[in-house]
Design a protein around this ligand. Structure first.
Ligand code: GDP
Ligand code: MN
Length: 387
């Protein structure tokens, strides 16, 4: 479960990490009132469960209450990375001296938590990792033990941070780790963790993910959060998917995917990536293919990045001709204007292939690899044409 920034900050504050003063607002008037109460320069921030808001216009620094109201009018209701903005965090602007990066997350390599720290904060950590990987320090921790203050201190000292700030930053990192443990988090990321011009350590952003299996155990802590227990978040399309009972996850690419079964879907995503393409979504329509094919295809096509669609069915107990009939009906109804590639194997494949040939005039691929390659090429050529 992903918490919103203001909720994550509430948790950070509860363990003694400084966060800017502020409050949430769901209207321009309310934003103006919060800004007036704070006085001076304020930051208006879209409360959505997605990062990189700054670059997408979801974070605005303004000089007055009137400007905060105007900023709120701009951000509220707008679309930031597929999320409709319904709430803002309006908080006192901080004079940043230096932006640091701090996070504790589940590490698949050490199979435990790892503390990450970098003096190159503010930017995406992926970017930092790509451009200056040496600046990212990693400290694997043993979940059964309290973190060693010495080890954390040494990591911060090694990073080249000004000696005067080392202790305060190390204390903040130790606190972030305690929060990760106490809240059953799989991620606590503070980017930027700011060193202010007056030398204070302040968390300017917070991304906290609570392990889904622990949400019940964390009930009290979550119920205390402002705004109540958070929804599971997700983009607007992901929420529509959940409402339809479909496991739909938006990914960053342009090849729409429709497959049956989570395993085959993951395989399809791997194959797309293997051949140099980028999938636009995970969508597993399982045994419901026949009844949910139309809303499922509609969901895939509603992602504006989709330039081609790949349908990959593999039948065992579930018959591929039944699934294919559903998808062919959906295509006839929705008449997508992007090309579709098919590959169908297993129970009922002869009948399924015949359906695609006869009703759509298309030829499914014998090999999954060929269908994947075609879908990637279709997505590319379409982009070139429209560019
Ligand atoms: P993200 O883009 O979703 O990660 O949003 P952040 O909360 O990290 O904000 C993006 C950027 O806005 C930060 O890296 C800062 O440079 C800037 N920012 C955020 N809060 C403040 C603030 O209080 N004062 C100043 N000067 N800049 C801020
Ligand atoms: Mn950030």
């Amino acid at each position: 479960m992903n918490l919103l920034e203001h909720q994550g900050k509430q948790l950070l504050a509860s363990i003694g990490i400084a966060v800017p003063r502020g409050d949430v607002a769901d209207s321009p008037d309310a934003a103006g009132a919060v800004a007036a109460e704070l006085g001076g320069r304020v930051v208006c921030k879209a409360q959505i469960t997605s990062g990189k808001r700054g670059k997408a216009g979801g974070v605005l620094v303004v000089e007055s209450a009137a400007a905060a109201e105007a900023a709120a009018r701009e951000i509220l209701g707008s679309d930031v990375h597929g999320h409709r903005v319904r709430r803002l965090l309006v908080e006192q602007a901080v004079d940043i001296g230096h932006e640091l990066y701090a996070a504790v997350l589940d590490d698949p390599v050490s199979k435990g938590p790892v503390l990450l720290f970098s003096t190159a904060g503010g930017m995406d950590i992926e970017e930092v990792n790509a451009t200056s990987p040496e600046s990212v320090r990693r400290l694997p921790l043993d979940i059964r033990e309290p973190a060693s203050t010495e080890a954390i201190g040494a990591m911060v000292r090694d990073s080249g941070l000004a000696p005067g700030s080392v202790d305060a930053v190390a204390d903040a990192l130790a606190a972030i780790y305690r929060l990760y443990v106490d809240a059953d988090a799989s991620l606590v990321e503070v980017n930027p963790l700011a060193l202010t011009t007056s030398g204070d350590v302040v968390a300017l952003d917070a991304k906290v993910t609570i392990d889904a299996a622990s949400v019940m155990r964390q009930e009290t802590r979550l119920a205390d959060l402002q705004g109540g227990t958070p929804s599971s978040g997700g983009t607007d399309l992901e929420r529509s998917g959940a409402e339809l009972g479909l496991s739909y996850i938006e990914l960053g690419g342009d090849v729409g995917v429709l497959a049956n079964g989570a395993g085959l879907t993951m395989t399809t995503l791997d194959a797309i990536s293997h051949f140099g393409g980028r999938a636009a979504n995970f969508l597993e329509i399982g045994g419901d293919a026949y009844t949910k094919a139309t809303p499922a295809l509609d969901l895939v096509l509603s992602n504006p990045n989709v330039r081609s669609v790949l349908v990959n069915f593999c039948g065992a107990f579930a018959r591929t001709d039944v699934m294919t009939d559903g998808v062919v009906n959906a295509i006839e109804e929705l008449r997508p204007d992007v090309p579709i590639s098919f590959t169908i194997h297993g129970t009922g494949e002869q009948e399924a292939i015949a359906l695609v040939r006869e009703r759509l005039g298309m030829e499914p691929h014998d090999l999954m690899d060929d269908a994947v390659r075609e879908a990637i090429a279709n997505a590319r050529s379409d982009r070139e044409v429209s560019a």
